[in-house]
Ligand binder design. Structure first.
Ligand code: ADP
Ligand code: ZN
Length: 700
């Protein structure tokens, strides 16, 4: 195991295995089979890559996605690992070259497509090699129960029969029991150790927002996260195009992607996204399979996903590097209806309806969302997660009986014959032609809901639907109908609790990482830029140069020596040789610039001080120095703090000082002037607070 740990540091730059990785590696090194179930981003690759590196011979890795194969091999090579692949995208000549290298023993990891693995030729090749491990990635493809069944996978049973002494490791991110059993049986694994890791992804924040003002919300969300890469999933191809267009018009660098594009075009757009050239992509769910990009920082669902599995898989594409990433789902009534219609036309009606209901419950939840997600996957989370919108901003209920009664009464008077749009129009007293021509303006409840906005009505109706008061007749033009419970509300004084819409913030409350340290961000941006340049010249994806996690650690430690740089997680031998000095240089330049800046600002303080000592007033100094008076006041405050001979007490009265002192004490001696300013109801000027705080600090 010590060799394994050394390889981990040398090739990948990591100091420690994640807990389950270590166990898996041990199992394989002892020659045993293993079944590894880990969520996306859990770190499955290391589980077979490390044994492949420390054992004699070559490891064969089966991977169904050709694009991913290339990516993995490039990543390994960038780490100094001899890896290659064989698949149908290569010419015969290229394949022959690879095979030659493998036979000569120059390759430690050989990636192959399932078709290749089960071919006759490949079997003969295997006979000539010393294979130390078969790793079957995406092993759920073996099962018809899984969502990606591939017939070639079922032929892989020959491996165990022909090579009984070579350990087999099956890996997947699909957890369900049936699929697991299938994998073990069909591959003929012998007493495999099963490793099932938690599906929790604590670094992903979870937010569900009402589906209104979506574009505005998205724009705000993106502007809070400059230069970050993200995916926006839409239900329809048209929506992806429209949204990308609108974003571009707003100055956001975005593209769209869906299965209607040609294969070339799709490959091109995917590549642009992976290489951080177009950071944002509006896509249908066709996008994402086979993308390993570790620095996707956020995922937005423009529409409701059809079930929790899809939702979890899609948000799982964010934050694979383990760093904080944000997810946002827009929940709206119209999406529920669209899904229902799809399901009605599909084969697996009952299951699909039930699954749609589960995701609706998730969206409506008033308890920690992560608890609900994990319980869906059979896990139990003890504590609330603190990283979902419910945890951060618990919903508040109110007595919504009157609202409910208005809606129910209108539904009844409209004889349960209208869909939600018309209902809301009636409630809001619309003079639309259809309303009038059908005589709906004459019913008693016409216009009783004027005080509630159209989009708010939609949200309330959604709540009432999910509370079981109304149902939607999907087979009759989506008209709304009342249940027995609704009749109790109308006739038996049953109370209805609704959630305040204002407490369901549409702005996600999650703050981007960049907010807290803008200076550090600056270095991060510089390192990112450097990374992009290197990636371009090396023709690999930026995250393969160094992951976001590695860059963040560099920002934190700011290493400037070889030793310090190699201590950064993710900096292995080869990477250090290739890029280490470049990054050290960038950090040195950054530090230098900072030093110059602080020298400059010291000089600037000093100039202010000179004028001050000569008896100039703040206004005069600000006019000769062409600087804002606020800046001059802040110079004086800093000078005072540094012990210069400045009398700050002339700038505020004793009454003001007392008030500031009280606020300062109440806010636990905060240095945040803005907090103090707001605390005192904006009644004392900013600069006075700044100076008074310097004064008060001198007594601490
Ligand atoms: P999976 O295949 O399970 O989706 P990956 O193998 O792609 O996950 O790993 C996800 C991320 O975690 C990668 O960026 C990888 O470099 C990183 N990682 C894996 N193992 C470790 C470790 N022991 N220490 C630090 N980072 C790790
Ligand atoms: Zn939570």
């Amino acid at each position: 195991m010590s060799a394994a740990k050394r390889a981990l540091k040398r090739y990948f730059g990591y100091d420690n295995f994640r807990p389950m990785q270590e166990e898996v590696v041990k199992t394989v090194l002892q020659g045993n089979d293993a079944l590894v179930i880990m969520p996306t981003g859990g770190g499955k690759s290391i589980c077979y890559q490390i044994p492949a590196l420390v054992m004699e011979g070559v490891a064969i890795v089966v991977s169904p996605l050709i694009a991913l194969m290339k990516d993995q091999v490039e990543g390994l090579r960038a780490n100094g690992v001899a890896a290659d692949y064989l698949n149908s995208s290569q010419t015969t000549q290229q394949q022959a070259q690879v095979i030659e290298g493998v036979i000569a023993g120059n390759i430690k990891l050989l990636y192959v497509s399932p078709e290749k693995l089960v071919s006759q030729d490949f079997y003969y090749l295997l006979l000539q090699l010393k294979v130390n491990l078969f790793a079957i990635d995406e092993a759920h493809c073996i099962s018809v129960w899984g969502h990606d069944f591939r017939p070639e996978y079922t032929k892989m049973s020959y491996l165990k029969k022909q090579f009984p002494h070579v350990p087999i490791m099956a890996l997947t991110a699909t957890a369900d029991h049936l699929t697991q059993k299938d994998i073990v049986n069909q591959l003929g694994l012998e007493y495999p150790q099963e490793f099932i890791s938690s599906f929790d992804r604590p670094n992903l924040s979870l937010t569900v927002a009402p589906g209104k003002d979506k574009f505005k919300t998205i724009l705000g969300f993106i502007r809070q996260r400059p230069h970050q890469s993200g995916i926006i999933y839409c239900l329809s191809r048209k929506a992806t195009e429209g949204l990308a267009q609108k974003l571009k018009a707003a100055g956001v660098n975005a593209a769209f992607y869906h299965a209607g594009l040609s294969a070339d075009e799709r490959a091109f757009r995917q590549e642009e996204f992976i290489n951080d050239e177009v950071p944002i992509i509006c896509a249908t769910i066709a996008f994402g399979m086979g993308i390993d990009k570790s620095n996707v920082r956020w995922v937005i669902h423009y529409n409701l996903p059809r079930n929790i599995e899809s939702y979890y898989q899609e948000i799982g594409r964010a934050g694979r590097d383990g760093i904080k990433a944000d997810t946002l789902l827009f929940y709206s009534f119209s999406d529920v209806i669209v899904h229902r219609r799809f399901i009605e036309e599909s084969a697996l009606k009952e299951v699909s309806h039930a699954k749609l209901e589960r995701i609706q419950q998730f969206c409506d939840a008033q308890i920690c969302r992560r608890k609900i997600l994990l319980s869906y996957f059979g896990e139990h989370l003890e504590e609330d997660c603190g990283n979902c919108d419910v945890c951060k901003n618990p919903p508040q209920s109110f007595d919504g009986t009157v609202i409910a009664q208005k809606a129910f009464s209108a539904i009844m008077r409209l004889k349960e014959k209208v869909a939600s749009g018309t209902l809301i129009d009636v409630l809001r007293g619309s003079t639309r032609k259809e309303i009038v021509s059908k005589g709906y303006h004459q019913i008693k409840t016409y216009g009783v809901g004027k005080d509630i906005a159209h989009s708010d009505w939609q949200q309330y109706l959604l709540q009432l639907l999910n509370l079981g008061f109304i149902t939607v007749a999907y087979d009759q033009g989506n008209v709304l109908q009342l249940t027995e419970q609704a009749k109790e509300v109308l006739f038996s004084e049953r109370q209805v609790d609704l959630v305040h819409l204002s407490s369901m913030k549409s702005e996600p409350i999650v703050k981007p990482i960049s907010d807290s340290f803008s200076q550090a961000e600056n270095l991060f941006d510089r390192l990112k830029k450097l990374r992009l340049g290197i990636a371009k010249s090396q023709r690999i994806a930026p995250y393969l140069v160094f992951s976001d996690a590695t860059l963040h650690e560099m920002v934190k430690i700011q290493p400037t020596t070889e030793l310090d740089m190699k201590l950064v997680s993710g900096v292995g031998e080869k990477k250090y040789q290739m890029f280490g000095k470049l990054f050290i240089n960038e950090i040195l330049q950054f530090k230098d610039k900072k030093k110059q800046q602080s020298r400059k600002s010291a000089e600037s303080f000093y100039k202010t001080y000179e004028y001050y000592k000569q008896g100039y007033s703040v206004e005069e100094i600000s006019s000769v120095r062409k600087m804002n008076p606020i800046t001059i006041y802040s110079h004086l405050a800093s000078l005072y703090e540094k012990g210069a001979d400045v009398d700050v007490t002339v700038f505020f009265t004793t009454t003001e000082l007392e008030r500031i002192r009280n606020a300062y004490q109440s806010l636990n001696h905060t240095n945040n002037i803005k907090d103090l300013y707001l605390y005192m109801d904006e009644e004392i000027e900013y600069y006075k607070i700044r100076l008074a705080v310097s004064y008060l600090k001198s007594f601490n």
